[in-house]
Ligand binder design. Sequence first.
Ligand SMILES: Cc1ncc(COP(=O)(O)O)c(C=O)c1O
Length: 386
Amino acid sequence: MISTSKRLDGIGEYYFSQKLKEIEELNKQGAAVINLGIGSPDLPPHPEVIQVLQSESAKQNVHGYQSYKGAEALRKAFSTWYKEWYGVDLNPATEILPLIGSKEGIMHICMTYLNEGDEVLIPNPGYPTYRSAVQLAGGKCVAYELKEEQNWLIDFDQLEKQDLSKVKLMWVNYPQMPTGQLPTREMFQNLVAFGKKHNILICHDNPYSFILNDHPMSLLSIEGAKDVVLELNSLSKSQNMAGWRVGVLCGAKERIDEVLRFKSNMDSGMFLPLQLAAAKALNLDKSWYDSVNEVYKSRRTKAYELLDLLKCTYSKDQAGMFIWARIPEGYKSGFELSDEVLYKAKVFITPGGIFGSAGDGFIRVSLCSPIEKIEQSIQRIIEVRD
Ligand SMILES: Cc1ncc(COP(=O)(O)O)c(C=O)c1O
């Protein structure tokens, strides 16, 4: 009998990986489920980005291992991008670490800083990977609840009442997934002050700032932030490159060096043509973001119709590629509504409870499907309505 490690205790298979198997089963029986769950952009990257990948990969000398710190061209492109869009100065040689997607960065940070029993503040509702990465690294999650009546912003008064003596790290993510809440400058300032006061490393995960949002904000734009903040960013959503796996970690040189001590033992760099193509993607101008957002805007209007049909309520001020919506009375939870829509109408919508208990009364609709699919989902729901 081969047993798994203790660190895997309590770590289940990722919800979507499990659910996709269930959907596959339904599809085998002929269901043709429409998946309005997962947040993987269906639109392609800019054609020039693909051109760079093609032309660079045809070269002779680009197929070897690459630097652990990423190609200089990519680090410089991230630095220029941060300056242009977020107004943040980052030294490309020392304050930027390209990643194989930002998800791996969550794990790297946890492995770099956590000792057994160290406490970590994680948002409820929030991206489930924060919890699993903390647990895998031996840390203990302490959830902080975000509330609809507080616009899903962090309640510092509540946090200050807690015993923070063992808290080493805090995960934060605005625009917030799954609630779509945008950050406020005041909350960002409070976060930096909170990190400094309690000696907590604030880890900001920022993959959604360009989607349905005209004012991208970085936590590193707050004065003094580099003392206590690490920020993750990603090309998955804003450049339509989720499968390419390109992200970045930004912060003070000391922090970047510390995380690199761990990461350089995990992988051996990224394919150079991919890094050069990513650099190209970071150079795209405003018209790129506008064109992507035009598509999401029209889908969003259609998705509102779908949510109205399900009698859900929602804020129209959300950023990111999802709509977060409260379920109507009569359902025990978002799981119940999600399963009903899946099994009756063959449409998959994510139940909010997978993001934590505070998401129980909600569902999340993804905007990563063509408008025709959202329309078709509406028709299917109408057909099976009692
Ligand atoms: C909040 C959040 N952080 C990080 C990620 C991971 O993104 P990446 O593709 O850069 O690993 C996701 C992906 O869905 C996400 O929703």
